[in-house]
Write a protein that binds this ligand. Structure first.
Ligand code: HEM
Length: 152
């Protein structure tokens, strides 16, 4: 708890809290990152599940995976900044902790997709299909929990 209070007291964090512009800008980048991440994940997973058959899957998936990773990086960096402002409160919030757990599960599911892909590039096995459907559900769940955090 002391560590969390120390984080809240850092000069950068206090500046973020008191500036009129900084927090909304950081929040906007969080939302842009989430948009890029979730849109890419859904398009990529749907393509691998057989949608948009006219588009060649591998370049499409390679591009969208990069966009998803960039979006995720932006969401994590800005999320940590917003967390730092009320670190003690967020660390005790069930909804926030649930969101963090869901991000961890979605990350593990992503690693499972990459692993399964090494064996079967088109992910047509039942395990591959399940991981793709789970991926869309998990990331959507993170967005829903993320929205709830501000209301509890
Ligand atoms: C380490 C990663 C992350 C941290 C520490 C984090 C932290 C936060 C914090 C502190 C807020 C502000 C909550 C409030 O209004 O009080 C927030 C908002 C939000 N986060 Fe995250 N976040 C992370 C990643 C993500 C990801 C990956 C997603 C979605 C895929 C996400 C979805 C959201 C949503 C939808 C909001 C509400 C935005 C708004 O309506 O203003 N977050 N996040």
């Amino acid at each position: 708890m002391e560590l969390l209070a120390t984080i809240e007291g850092l000069a950068l964090v206090r500046a973020l809290k008191t500036s009129f512009y900084a927090y909304p800008v950081v929040n906007a980048v969080h939302v842009l990152g989430i948009g890029a991440l979730v849109t890419s994940v859904v398009l990529m997973d749907l393509r691998l599940l057989g949608a948009f058959g006219a588009i060649s899957p591998h370049p499409f998936v390679r591009l969208l995976r990069r966009v998803a990773l960039l979006g995720f990086g932006a969401a994590v960096a800005t999320g940590m900044l917003m967390f730092a402002i009320r670190a003690t409160d967020y660390a005790q919030m069930t909804v926030f902790l649930g969101k963090m757990m869901l991000i961890a599960v979605a990350g593990l599911n992503f690693l499972a997709v990459v692993r399964l892909e090494r064996r079967d590039r088109t992910l047509t096995s039942p395990a591959g299909r399940l991981a793709l459907v789970l991926s869309m559900l998990l990331w959507t769940g993170v967005v829903v929990l993320g929205r709830f955090v501000g209301f509890v």
